[in-house]
Design a protein. Structure first.
Length: 143
């Protein structure tokens, strides 16, 4: 997958049925949840795909995804990551600087949020060298 969407308003990670099919239809676990989508439509997942490795530039985490069927059979996104993923990855979003920083162990990844700029990721190994980011991190830790 080249792109995934991050939705900080969602408590659940999703795969559309088409993404699950492209993965070779791995075995799904029974899902206990019922979902209410942004358009207020109630959806029952087809099942849960557990322990999917999500790796972005070497920062990886195991993620559980709910597989849902999209009613109009479109494929608006290959995967959607929710707030729990962002918390697990220690995500910090700086809207003023238009970038998101997330970390896993000693690896820090910076992703620009500006739609005017081309999308790319940059590995940052010396976190202390960026004073603005260090200050944001300290404020976040204190909160």
């Amino acid at each position: 997958m080249d792109q995934v969407f991050l939705d900080l308003g969602s408590n659940t990670n999703f795969f559309p049925k088409k993404t699950w099919e492209r993965m070779g239809r791995p075995t799904l676990q029974w899902s206990l949840i019922h979902l209410r989508m942004v358009n207020q439509q109630k959806t029952i997942p087809m099942g849960r795909l557990q322990g999917v490795i999500v790796d972005i530039e070497g920062a990886s985490a195991l993620v559980d995804f709910e597989v849902i069927e999209i009613v109009d059979d479109s494929n608006p996104y290959p995967a959607l990551l929710g707030i729990d993923w962002a918390i697990d990855m220690n995500g910090v979003i700086n809207f003023k600087k238009r970038k998101m920083i997330f970390e896993k162990k000693s690896l820090y990844v910076v992703v620009p949020l500006d739609l005017e700029e081309p999308r790319y990721t940059k590995l940052v190994y010396d976190y202390e060298s960026d004073d603005d980011l260090d200050q944001i991190y300290r404020i976040t830790v204190q909160d």
